[in-house]
Design a protein around this ligand. Structure first.
Ligand code: FES
Length: 165
């Protein structure tokens, strides 16, 4: 049996996670779908808003190109299926749910406000926290839920709904 490539699709936005103002926003051209093969992601900038457009295993999504931990650009991380890895502290996020699937190495609070300790990849020791405010800041930093911008496909072009600023 031969598989038929049905072309790019748009993934549903997880319930309640549409970015503020995006539901009623106008669509703007992001990039041709042909330039975003499955499993790839790109930063697209609209004014002062950097958006990550990712072609996940569930379809195309658009979110802020800012890690929900400490705002590093996810576009230079790694995408595997629906999972995106942050290049800064190894946090991992599921673009099909908007939730973290691995906490950052710095630990801190997850989206529900539960505390997680610092950790290190296998074979490395966790970096000790210097005493004082820096450790406190890490402990109190909460990973947010990802917010999504509506996406549509028109004549092979990916368009994203961008709120007016
Ligand atoms: S900024 Fe992404 S995990 Fe810390």
């Amino acid at each position: 049996m031969t598989s038929v490539d049905s072309g790019p699709t748009v993934a549903p936005i997880p319930r309640g996670l549409t970015a503020v103002g995006a539901a009623a926003a106008n669509f703007a051209t992001a990039l041709p779908a042909a330039e975003l093969p499955s499993g790839t992601m790109r930063r697209v900038t609209f004014g002062d808003l950097d958006v990550l457009v990712a072609n996940t295993s569930r379809g195309i999504v658009a979110i802020d190109d800012r890690c929900p931990h400490m705002s590093a650009p996810l576009s230079i991380g790694a995408l595997d299926g629906c999972l995106v890895d942050c290049p800064l502290h190894s946090g991992q996020f599921d673009l099909s749910t908007g939730r973290e699937t691995r906490m950052p190495t710095t630990g801190g609070l997850d989206a529900e406000g539960r505390y997680h300790p610092v950790w290190a990849p296998e074979g490395r020791e966790p970096k000790p926290d210097p005493p004082g405010l820096k450790a406190e800041a890490r402990r109190l930093t909460r990973v947010r839920r990802i917010r999504y911008y509506p996406v549509r496909l028109r004549d092979g072009i990916i368009e994203v709904a961008i709120p007016a600023t």
